[in-house]
Design a protein around this ligand. Sequence first.
Ligand SMILES: [Zn+2]
Length: 105
Amino acid sequence: MAIKRPSKSRGTPVRKTVTSAPIRHVEVRPHHQMVPGEMYTGWLCKNRACGLVIAISPPPAGARPAAPDHDDQLTALKCPHCGDEDLYRWSLRAEHPYAQKSAAG
Ligand SMILES: [Zn+2]
């Protein structure tokens, strides 16, 4: 009784070329969805002239929770307030109160 084997093992297996860049993409909450005084999970903008909270946008309903990941991955984030893009460490995200800037200055 012979067990049938798939004869696929010939040649090199087709591999998808995945660019495994260590940078992940995270949806950022647009500033008009942020309420001054509320706490948001995210980072403080690296732009010293800005310094406002870059909040992580909640995943869409039904989305699977983020897969267990390496905590120290760099995340490319674009500040919704000043538009600056910078890299932030995933492990450094924390709760920050959102303080709206006054127009003065
Ligand atoms: Zn900013």
